[in-house]
Write a protein that binds this ligand. Structure first.
Ligand code: M6R
Length: 366
């Protein structure tokens, strides 16, 4: 069943060129200048009249929700809030018929996410699901939705579901933007054409596997790690840190790179690996200075950079190159090396990668 891979997690990481393709199959055509999500088409009126979109989710799905926030606000110009389902449901949120609540869930069975949706429904909000498990409780409760079609995810650490969710959120943002005329035809074409190239580019990212294994051996003995990213790469930093925590039991935190100087910089010394995702074109100079700040305090820098990058590559202790892409699509590539890094560190430490201690694949209790 593992298809020759040592673990389900590794198999699922390597499936991503296919699963991302499957998430967009039939839904996007750059040639026809079109993105079609059936669930969205059905409720197109509600979507274009929406005051606000609220995304509710837990764990990794929450991180893809944050990327969804950046995408929808950036492209479709509708205000978005992302909330942990567990917080949302207990804080008496303000909701009405002009709000759309989107739930993100791999399993479709997460108790807190389900309860948050029930609450939203009772207040008249339209509820939309972006789910992997077909026919799951969340899928059944929602008014409409889009499956990510990633196939069963067995490893407790979510990988292909994350990129599947981000792919569908990208399609959703593009489709809404087209309907609301908040995107130019050129940008729409550039992004859809580039999205179609993403599965090939993910394959490129996966080629760094051996190199990442080597880096894992170099840093596995550390007890802490810091993940930094800006803009679209900030949620990726959070996701990288969560992946490392849950399967290797190494303490890790994700931060927006610029927040470092507001506290976490105090932690940095030669025992602190800092994983910097620096594929952004915007704020690039600022990321360079963040890296310099880490190095000045003897932190060990592992940098994920676009191919051909020179400034950060020359300074970092370890460099992982990934293909160039549009900034809005960069999480689909930059998360891949972080998934592989946590996988290899966990294997090196002899951890139970697919079934880490204390964790369950679906969290069906609060
Ligand atoms: O099935 P869901 O997407 O609703 O699950 C949410 C979280 O429990 C899940 O993402 C969890 O954080 C994973 N173990 C992360 O790898």
């Amino acid at each position: 069943e593992k298809n020759g891979y040592d673990h389900f997690m590794l198999k699922e990481i390597h499936e991503q060129p296919t699963t991302i393709y499957d998430a967009m199959r039939g839904r996007v055509s750059s040639k026809e200048n079109r993105v079609t999500l059936r669930g969205l088409e059905e409720y197109a009126n509600r979507f274009v009249r929406a005051n606000r979109i609220i995304i509710v989710a837990c764990g990794t799905s929450y991180h893809s929700g944050l990327i969804g926030e950046y995408l929808i606000e950036d492209l479709a110009r509708i205000p978005v809030e992302v909330e942990y389902a567990s917080e949302f449901r207990y804080r008496n949120p303000i909701l009405n018929e002009r709000d759309i609540v989107i739930a993100l869930s791999q399993s479709g069975e997460t108790a807190d996410t389900l309860a948050a949706l029930e609450l939203a429904k009772s207040k008249g909000a339209m509820i939309y699901g972006i789910v992997n498990s077909v026919g799951s409780s969340i899928a059944r409760l929602t008014d409409a939705g889009s499956y990510i079609h990633a196939g069963p995810e067995i490893g407790v650490a979510s990988t292909k579901a994350f990129t599947g969710q981000v792919t569908v959120l990208t399609l959703l943002a593009l489709s809404m933007a087209q309907k609301l005329s908040t995107i130019s035809t050129t940008t729409f074409h550039t992004l859809t054409a580039e999205l179609e190239r993403i599965p090939e580019k993910v394959k490129e990212c996966l080629k760094a596997d051996e190199h990442i294994r080597y880096i894992a051996k170099e840093i596995k003995h550390h007890h802490n790690a810091l993940y930094l990213g800006r803009g679209y790469n900030f949620p990726v930093a959070l996701e990288g840190a969560l992946k490392l925590k849950e399967i290797s039991y190494i303490h890790a935190e994700g931060y927006p790179a610029a927040e470092m100087k507001h506290g976490p910089i105090a932690l940095i010394d030669e025992t602190m690996p800092v994983i910097v995702t620096a594929t952004n074109r915007s704020a690039y100079e600022k990321i360079i200075s963040n890296v310099q700040e880490v190095l000045a305090r003897k932190g060990v820098v592992i940098a994920v950079v676009p191919k051909g990058e020179t400034a950060i590559s020359a300074m970092a202790h370890h460099v992982i190159e990934i293909p160039n892409t549009e900034e809005q699509l960069s999480p689909l590539l930059s998360v891949i090396p972080l998934q592989l890094l946590s996988y290899h560190i966990a294997v090196e430490l002899g951890r139970n990668v697919d079934q880490p201690r204390n964790l369950a694949k679906s969290v069906t209790v609060e």
